[in-house]
Design a protein around this ligand. Structure first.
Ligand SMILES: Cc1cc2nc3c(=O)[nH]c(=O)nc-3n(C[C@H](O)[C@H](O)[C@H](O)COP(=O)(O)OP(=O)(O)OC[C@H]3O[C@@H](n4cnc5c(N)ncnc54)[C@H](O)[C@@H]3O)c2cc1C
Length: 486
C-alpha cells in the first residue's frame, strides 16, 4: 500500500501513501485533531487544522495533568519512528498501591503494566506498558511531528457553525473566516459546535454527577514537606510511586515522578456545569478539598492534608466531568462532516480511554478515507462510524465499571483477594489495531450499508451486544451496588 514519501518528510522518514486527492479541514488541535492530521497526511490526504486557542501550550503544567495512552493507540507509532521513540522516552512508569479512604493499605505497589492474556483468555508472562503522559508533553510530541511534516496549526480560529452540501463541507469561524474542503472533521472536544449539522439538533453535554479536584506541579513543592517526601519517595527499583485511595463515592490518586507531583480527588458534584472544558473548571484551594473530604468521609487523614497543602497557589482546579450519552451517529446526513474524539464520545477519566479512543478514531478514519477514495467520501465516513461506535460505547462503559469498583467496592471480595481491587485490562481493549480492522472490515461494512447484508463488529468485548444506554441507568445501578457489566 505504501510508496515512497513525497514532499517534506520527518526524520527518520515516514512512508507516505499515494495522494488521494481528498482535502479535509480539521477543527480542534487536541490529541484527536493532531493525530488525525498526521494519519491523514500519511494516507495521502491534504489537511488544514484550525484551533480556537491563540497557542496550544503555555507551560507544561497549564494543559492538564496525566492521561493514559493505551497499547491500541501506540500501534500508530509503528508508522512514526520518531514519535515511537519519544513516546517511550517521555512517558512515566508508575507502581501503584491501593488504599481504603482511611489510608489502610490494601494492595501493591504493583506496576501499572498490563498482564496479558492470549486468544484463549489464559494469562501469559508478557506485560505491556501503559504509557502515562503529562498531557502537555504528549501534545508536544504530536506537534513536533506535525511541524516535521510541514503542517501548521492555524490558531485563533473558533468554529461557530458547520455546513455541508452534497459534495463539500465548510466551517465558519468567529473571526468571519469560512473554509471549505471535501470533508470537515469536528475534533473540537466535548463542547463541539457540530451537533446541529450532524443530528439536526444541539446536544449539550451535562454533568456526569462527578467532578475532580486536580493539579500537577514541579516536584520541588511537594518534597519541601519531609513527610510527603518520605511517603512518596522514588521506589528502590527507580520507579515512580502512586497511590489510589478508594472510598464511598470518591477516589483519589497521588503520584510523584522525578520532575512532577500530581494529585486528584474525584468527588460528587452537585453544582450546575457549563459546556466547555475551559469554562467548567473553577479555581479552588486545598482547604476546599479538605472540607469536601471531611464532609463526605467524616475526616481527612493527616498525610492527605499535607499533600494537598504542598500545592502552589492557583494550580488547583475543580474540573466538572461532562458527559454525553453514547450517540451512534457521528456523521452528517450528506456524509461530509464527521465528529471525532471527545466531540463524538465523552469519557470518564476512570476509563483511561479518552485520548486512546481519539487516536484509534484517527487511525480508522484516515484508513477508511484512503480505501474509499475521493469519490466515496460519504460512504467512507459511514463505514468508519459503523466500525467504531459500538467499540467506543463499550469503552465508555468501562469508565463506569471502574468508577463503581472504586466508589462501591466489594470489600468481601477484596478481603479474599486484595488483587481484585486492581482494574483488569481485557485483550479486546489493548490488542485492537484500528487501522488493520478498517482494512479488513471496510468491504463487509460497506456491503452491509448498501444491501443490508449481515455484519457484526468484532472489536468490542466478547459477547457484548450493543443497545442504547444512558448515564442515569448506570448511576442508579452504581448507587444500588449492582455490578456494571462490560
Ligand atoms: C486543556 C485540556 C486539558 C485536559 N486535561 C486532561 C487531563 O489532565 N487528563 C485527561 O484524562 N484528559 C484531559 N483532557 C481531555 C483529553 O485531552 C481528551 O479527552 C482526549 O485527549 C481526546 O482529545 P480530543 O482531541 O478529542 O479533545 P480535546 O483534548 O478536548 O481537544 C479539543 C481541542 O479543540 C479545541 N476547540 C474546542 N472548541 C473549539 C472550537 N469551537 N473551534 C476550534 N477549536 C476548538 C480545544 O481548544 C482543544 O484544543 C484535557 C483536555 C483539554 C482541552
Amino acid at each position: 500500500m505504501a510508496d515512497a514519501c513525497n514532499g517534506p518528510s520527518p526524520t527518520p522518514p515516514v512512508q507516505r501513501h499515494p495522494e488521494t486527492g481528498i482535502t479535509a479541514v480539521i477543527v480542534g488541535g487536541g490529541v484527536g485533531g493532531i493525530m488525525t492530521a498526521l494519519e491523514c497526511w500519511r494516507k495521502g490526504i491534504q489537511v488544514r487544522i484550525f484551533e480556537r486557542m491563540v497557542v496550544l501550550l503555555i507551560s507544561i503544567y497549564h494543559a492538564g495533568d496525566f492521561f493514559s495512552i493505551g497499547p491500541s493507540a501506540c500501534k500508530v507509532f509503528e508508522h512514526w519512528p520518531a514519535m515511537k521513540e519519544e513516546n517511550e522516552a517521555t512517558s512515566y512508569d508508575f507502581w501503584l498501591s491501593y488504599h481504603k479512604q482511611t489510608g489502610e493499605h490494601i494492595y501493591g505497589p504493583a506496576p501499572l503494566a498490563i498482564v496479558t492474556t492470549n486468544e484463549a483468555g489464559e494469562t501469559t508472562t508478557n506485560t505491556i506498558r501503559i504509557h502515562r503522559h503529562l498531557r502537555s508533553k504528549f501534545q508536544n510530541i504530536l506537534l513536533r511531528q506535525l511541524a516535521a511534516t510541514g503542517m501548521v496549526v492555524e490558531y485563533n480560529h473558533r468554529a461557530v457553525r458547520y455546513h455541508e452540501t452534497d459534495d463539500k463541507a465548510n466551517v465558519e469561524f468567529d473571526n468571519g473566516v469560512r473554509v471549505e474542503a471535501d470533508l470537515v472533521i469536528a475534533a473540537d472536544g466535548v463542547g463541539t459546535k457540530s451537533f446541529e449539522v450532524v443530528t439536526g439538533k444541539e446536544l449539550r453535554a451535562r454533568s456526569s454527577g462527578y467532578a475532580i479536584y486536580r493539579t500537577a506541579y514541579p516536584v520541588e513543592f511537594a518534597v519541601a514537606d519531609p513527610d510527603v517526601d518520605r511517603r512518596f519517595a522514588i521506589l528502590p527499583n527507580g520507579q515512580s510511586p502512586a497511590e489510589m485511595w478508594v472510598g464511598p463515592d470518591m477516589h483519589l490518586f497521588i503520584s510523584r515522578t522525578e520532575d512532577t507531583f500530581s494529585w486528584s480527588v474525584t468527588h460528587k458534584d452537585t453544582a450546575d456545569s457549563a459546556e466547555t472544558w475551559y469554562g467548567t473548571h473553577s479555581k479552588c484551594t486545598p482547604a476546599d478539598v479538605i472540607q469536601c473530604l471531611e464532609t463526605s468521609l467524616g475526616s481527612c487523614p493527616d498525610i492527605l492534608q499535607k499533600v494537598f497543602n504542598t500545592t502552589p497557589e492557583d494550580r488547583l482546579v475543580d474540573w466538572k466531568l461532562l458527559w454525553r450519552d453514547p450517540q451512534p451517529q457521528w456523521t452528517s446526513p450528506r456524509g461530509r462532516v464527521v465528529q471525532l474524539g471527545d466531540a463524538a464520545h465523552t469519557f470518564l477519566p476512570s476509563s483511561g480511554n479518552g485520548a486512546t479512543q481519539a487516536m484509534e478514531d484517527a487511525m480508522s478514519l484516515a484508513s477508511c478515507l484512503e480505501i474509499g477514495g475521493q469519490s466515496n467520501i460519504p460512504m467512507a465516513l459511514r463505514v468508519h462510524n459503523l466500525l467504531r461506535a459500538e467499540r467506543v460505547s463499550c469503552c465508555q462503559l468501562l469508565g463506569f465499571r471502574n468508577q463503581a469498583q472504586r466508589h462501591h467496592t466489594n470489600w468481601d471480595l477484596v478481603a479474599e483477594n486484595p488483587r481484585a481491587i486492581k482494574e483488569s485490562y481485557d485483550r479486546w481493549l489493548w490488542a485492537h489495531d484500528a487501522e488493520q480492522y478498517a482494512y479488513e472490515n471496510y468491504g463487509k461494512a460497506f456491503q452491509h450499508l448498501i444491501t443490508g447484508a449481515p455484519f457484526t463488529n468484532t472489536n468490542a468485548a466478547p459477547g457484548y451486544v450493543y443497545r442504547p444506554w444512558n448515564i442515569d441507568e448506570l448511576l442508579a445501578k452504581q448507587d444500588a451496588g449492582i455490578p456494571i457489566e462490560v
